[in-house]
Design a protein around this ligand. Structure first.
Ligand code: MN
Ligand code: MN
Length: 293
């Protein structure tokens, strides 16, 4: 039984918006640019297109693999040679797209091998997508492409199935074989996201990356909190989006109903590149929704 979402056109449109935001983010990530300004510009472009960010723009740098978004007063500016993952999400009424690519700041070619490995891993994984294929076949193709460049796939970061308002639904798409018994089904939407590193190929938890989400509905007791939940539901958000002192204070009081995300840092402090697309499992193979402009 094919399981296409009934509002597939909405998923396509969210993906076009996310792809444009990804391209914008890559272009703005230049020497001297403030990380916070780039994140704001990505998210503004998503809102200007009539969608909402599905999560805060992730601008993880060098050995940060994922889950860093700038804080409201983030002082960091990009420097020549930084390796920056631009990972963006957009949603239209819960139809989510999740896509990423990596840029070397200043346009040098020091990290070309890492960037190409992640992109080739993504391409190789996508090439295996079709109904009934084992997820393990996709994972093996990703790992093989990255290892062919003498690099390591990140073993404990995975792609994932996506469902309405659920960025990480039930199914994982590992970047190495031997971890999944699942198969892909026609009509399913998945994010494939290889990470390539010159480190050890594992992440560990770092400091708070300024991303959090509600675990569940906090209820009506605290009006400021109820207002925030109505806005973000259970999708990830960040303090840059919370303008008033009243709301920030409510969040500080409600720590127990919030999940906070640490930055994922490469365990050997290796550099990390990532490439990601949101893909529909079509009747004859992958339909890459976030391929973009
Ligand atoms: Mn992503
Ligand atoms: Mn993802």
């Amino acid at each position: 039984m094919a399981k296409y979402p009934e509002d597939l056109e909405r998923w396509r449109e969210a993906s076009r918006i996310a792809a444009r935001a990804r391209v914008l983010g890559l272009r703005l990530t230049v020497p001297g640019a403030r990380r916070r300004d780039v994140a704001d510009a990505i998210e503004e472009s998503i809102r200007a297109s009539g969608a909402e960010p599905a999560f805060p723009a992730n601008l993880s740098r060098n050995d940060e693999a994922a889950h860093y978004t700038p804080s409201p007063d983030d002082p960091m500016t990009f420097e020549v040679g930084d390796l920056v993952k631009v990972d963006v999400g957009a949603h239209l009424d819960g139809a989510i797209s999740d896509t990423a690519d990596t840029v070397e700041v200043g346009g040098g070619h020091r990290h070309e091998n890492l960037i190409r490995a992640a992109r080739e891993g993504l391409r190789a994984g996508i090439a295996e997508v079709r109904p009934g294929v084992r997820v393990d076949t996709v994972s093996a193709a990703i790992a093989r492409a990255i290892r062919a460049r003498g690099l390591k796939p990140m073993e404990n970061l995975t792609g994932h199935s996506i469902e309405r308002y659920l960025l990480h639904a039930g199914k994982s798409i590992p970047n190495v074989p031997g971890m999944s018994e699942a198969t892909l089904e026609e009509g399913e939407i998945i994010a494939i996201e290889p990470f390539a590193t010159n480190g050890v190929g594992m992440i560990e938890n770092g400091a708070f990356g300024n991303i959090q989400r509600f675990r569940s509905d906090p209820g009506p007791k605290d009006p400021a909190l109820a207002h925030l939940f109505a806005r973000f539901r259970t999708l990830p958000f960040t303090l840059r989006w919370v303008a008033t002192e009243e709301e920030r204070a409510a969040l500080a009081r409600a720590r127990r109903s919030l999940q906070t995300y640490p930055v994922f840092v490469e365990r050997g402090r290796g550099l990390v590149a990532q490439a990601e697309h949101t893909v529909l499992v079509g009747p004859n193979g992958a339909d890459v929704l976030s391929a973009g402009p």
